[in-house]
Design a protein around this ligand. Sequence first.
Ligand code: NAG
Ligand code: NAG
Ligand code: NAG
Ligand code: NAG
Ligand code: NAG
Ligand code: CA
Length: 527
Amino acid sequence: MLYLVALLSHCLPLAMGQYDICKSWVTTDDGPSWEFYACQPKAMRMKDYVTVRVDPAGITCGDPPERFCTHENPYLCSDECDASNPDLAHPPKLMFDSEDEGLATYWQSVTWRRYPEPLLANITLSWNKSIELTDDIVITFEYGRPTIMMLEKSLDNGRTWHPYQYYADDCMEAFSMPARRVRDLSTTSANRVLCTEEYSRWAGSKKEKTVRFEVRDRFAIFAGPDLKNMDNLYTRLESAKGLKDFFTVTDLRMRLLRPALGGTYVQRENLYKYFYAVSNIEVTGRCKCNLHANLCTFKEGSLQCECEHNTTGQDCGKCKKNFRSRSWRAGSYLPLPNGSPNACAAAGSAFGNCECYGHSNRCSYIDFLNVVTCVSCKHNTRGQHCQHCRLGFYRNSSAELDDENVCIECNCNQIGSMHDRCNETGYCECKEGATGPKCDDCLPNYYWRQGCFPNVCDDELLLCQNGGTCYQNQRCICPVGFKGVLCQQSRCEADKKDCDGASSARGSLGAVLLGVLVLQLRGWGDL
Ligand SMILES: *[C@@H]1O[C@H](CO)[C@@H](O)[C@H](O)[C@H]1NC(C)=O
Ligand SMILES: *[C@@H]1O[C@H](CO)[C@@H](O)[C@H](O)[C@H]1NC(C)=O
Ligand SMILES: *[C@@H]1O[C@H](CO)[C@@H](O)[C@H](O)[C@H]1NC(C)=O
Ligand SMILES: *[C@@H]1O[C@H](CO)[C@@H](O)[C@H](O)[C@H]1NC(C)=O
Ligand SMILES: *[C@@H]1O[C@H](CO)[C@@H](O)[C@H](O)[C@H]1NC(C)=O
Ligand SMILES: [Ca+2]
């Protein structure tokens, strides 16, 4: 009986489908215990959890109310959009409701009254959570698909954006890109960003309503036409650089650049039939939990992984406190079929009692000292427990000991500082004349030239004499006839040949006066 239970639980992960469960209670020769597996949440309809934003302001029709007509019925412009009347309003939320049988509900833009100014609209979807796409993104347009549009994605909650796919009835004209089809991509180009003409040509507004971002076709490059060989796909997702990230998004943006034209040129006399109308945006995907969770729940307005394997964070992207004896790692699809959980381990569980704050995943026992010590501390740490910063780094006061950013480089100015070490607040030790936390400034009365040097001249005590001018505190530029550091010396006095022989008396008087001056200057210099 016990044997049967064990057998059943061993089979469970496979029976339930790949990567569905994170752990199971198994009986082995050493008694019952937990066994852990790589796991991921089920795919969901992501439109139920999205926040939407439509730009620019005033692009949604109905404020003020306006009339429009369709390409099929261009002269019957009696349809009305009125934001203040629930039956005639077309707000953005209607792109995400569930479509009842028959009647489509849709967001609609204003009409192209301002032609030839382009009619532009952005629809931005945000999840505040990384999502891995598992099926095609399908956007349904009522009254015709745009002739030019673009799909963009963000992986960092909208801070940076990247093109995802271009759509146009003429890719060359719209984007200077050759038209391609996802179906024609190969294993090496599965994550290529391309321009397609498949979803932009006029085919009657009722006949072809959808624009797709083809996730399945890209998966099929590895998993075969009906995605039978998922093992191959999972292997590729682990090994091909950037492939997993290609299908991961936190936000999506549809940039609508030119509406449907009904298969002909823009007819200026009837601009009421040009607008965008989107009835549905289907996004199917799963929460990205780094293979450490099989549940993802909607809490406090955002999706969150229910992390297992002693991980934590919105994406299970780090180890729980007290489970940081080795660095965090994502779970892996490999080896097939159950993958590797790469669970976080409790401090003390794996290697005696050696805590390395997640900066090392190896400990070694030093026999003659009778201590266990962390090996090859990463993130610029050092010490038995990787608890100190390497020389040339200092402790980040706003980071915990197990943070990757715990040590900050001193960055001492190489010329201005004595060495590249700094104190606990990041201050470097400066050479004479240098100052500032990094020793890249000079004290007053010093100037910077490959280091700090005392001023040769200035506007106060070290004035250039005899009409000389001080050049960047470095030297006096002397008028003709004078020389010396402060131009204090007449060339006459220094070199008799320069002098006018006829006026030697005057010359010697001058020399006496200058001598006094120089003596005075020397006196100041000693102060
Ligand atoms: C749409 O978003 C892009 C950035 O992705 C921005 O450059 C553009 O101005 C936006 N267009 C409108 C109409 O808001
Ligand atoms: C995004 O998610 C994080 C983590 O769940 C949460 O703290 C934050 O408030 C959310 N932000 C918004 C704008 O919903
Ligand atoms: C996580 O920690 C608990 C103890 O709090 C332990 O029972 C469990 O086995 C750990 N899980 C993994 C995957 O290491
Ligand atoms: C200090 O640590 C915090 C928390 O991890 C991090 O946000 C910050 O960037 C770090 N500071 C520096 C200078 O690296
Ligand atoms: C680091 O050096 C600076 C400048 O000498 C000083 O102000 C600061 O108090 C020092 N910090 C510590 C922790 O010693
Ligand atoms: Ca709808």
